[in-house]
Design a binder for this molecule. Structure first.
Ligand SMILES: NC(=O)c1ccc[n+]([C@@H]2O[C@H](COP(=O)([O-])OP(=O)(O)OC[C@H]3O[C@@H](n4cnc5c(N)ncnc54)[C@H](OP(=O)(O)O)[C@@H]3O)[C@@H](O)[C@H]2O)c1
Length: 323
């Protein structure tokens, strides 16, 4: 099997492609021929040693894959050879095949391509958790999404629209803004030339109800200032690299709320609730209410280039590695 290996923490350009013997399948497991491995911002952080979890070296990065079952271990009754499945896995996914517990390999809905199945769990899981579970977002509310052309941001645009929210998408490039409009944003803000706070307040007629922030840095305070009274700021991530410090008077004066969103941290302790949430998400996809983006493709051997493009903001939507 072919894998992408991280042999030391550091720049993503240090990743190497290696041939390794296949891992045997034991009871309760399945082998999956990987058709697509989703690339996430978090994979780049893990490879650089900048994430809260550090795998033991050497390791294979890659947190989600989709493909076809090619071997079934003893005792597995839920899967058969040829089944299309997708898996969320922390790391290990940048490979031509993976061996995982059958329970973690969910059947791919017919509506999804392998590329979509390999990229929707982290982005939609985060955005669904944020908008449905952390706050009970309501139809008709104004939602400002920062980083709206990125993975979790575009998913937030789609989830917000599906919930009946009125979405304003903020992004740095014309390509990302066009994608957000295609996914249901009704207005866009160019973060490179426009005043995000002023434009969001103007578009929404006085202030937005919810800000979804996976970017951090200076944009977070602009988002907080864009909120109407009793508005909620969802803290999702810090893709810009700086963890912002916020003036607490802005929270007090506007009777606003700042809400943490740590889906990754939550689901480990809420396995059944998370399974219910994912089932709800899958049902919404199958009903055609959500539309995970078709990712751009890179060959598996170009993993370093794919991650470099991700961390340097060149990916609009999602990307996958194809073995
Ligand atoms: N809380 C959770 O449970 C959870 C779950 C998944 C991910 N996350 C976090 O959410 C963040 C976004 O993840 P993602 O998968 O959506 O990433 P992504 O696809 O790379 O999108 C991130 C967006 O952030 C913006 N950005 C601004 N400054 C940036 C910089 N210096 N470097 C990179 N991006 C920058 C970019 O938009 P513009 O070009 O438009 O500025 C980019 O499109 C990450 O910090 C990730 O760790 C959190």
């Amino acid at each position: 099997m072919q894998v992408v290996s991280c042999n030391s923490f550091g720049p993503v350009s240090n990743l190497v492609v290696e041939e390794r013997p296949s891992v045997p399948v034991t009871a309760g497991q399945v082998r999956i021929a990987v058709a697509a491995a989703g690339v996430n911002f978090v994979d780049g952080l893990i490879v650089q040693g900048l994430y809260q979890m550090k795998p033991q070296l050497p390791f294979v990065p890659g947190g989600e894959v989709a493909g076809t079952v090619t071997e079934v271990g003893d005792g597995v009754t839920t899967h058969s050879l040829g089944d299309r499945v997708f898996v969320s896995m922390g790391w290990g996914g940048f490979a031509s095949e993976v061996v995982v517990a059958a329970r973690s390999a969910l059947h791919t809905p017919a509506a999804l391509t392998d590329g979509q199945a390999a990229t929707f769990v982290q982005s939609y899981g985060t955005s669904w958790f944020a908008l449905r579970l952390r706050i009970r977002a309501q139809a008709g509310q104004w939602l400002l999404v920062l980083g709206a052309g990125g993975g979790v941001g575009l998913a937030a645009v789609d989830v917000g629209r599906a919930l009946g929210m009125r979405v304003i998408a903020a992004a740095s490039s014309a390509e990302k803004r066009a994608l957000a409009l295609q996914y249901g944003a009704e207005a866009v803000i160019d973060t490179t030339t426009e005043d995000v706070k002023a434009r969001a307040r103007e578009i929404s007629g006085g202030g937005v109800h919810v800000v979804y922030d996976p970017v951090g840095g200076a944009l977070t305070e602009a988002g907080l200032r864009a909120l109407a009274e009793d508005g909620q700021l969802l803290i999702v991530g810090f893709a810009a690299g700086q963890i912002p410090k916020l003036p607490a008077n802005l929270v007090l004066l506007g009777n606003r709320r700042v809400v943490g969103v740590n889906w990754g941290g939550w689901f480990a302790g809420h396995v059944e609730e998370n399974e219910r949430m994912l089932a709800e998400l899958l049902a919404a996809i199958e009903r055609g209410e959500l539309h995970p983006v078709e990712p751009m493709q890179y060959p598996l051997a170009d993993a370093a280039r794919a991650l470099q493009d991700q961390v340097e903001r060149r990916v609009a939507g999602k990307s996958v590695l194809v073995p």
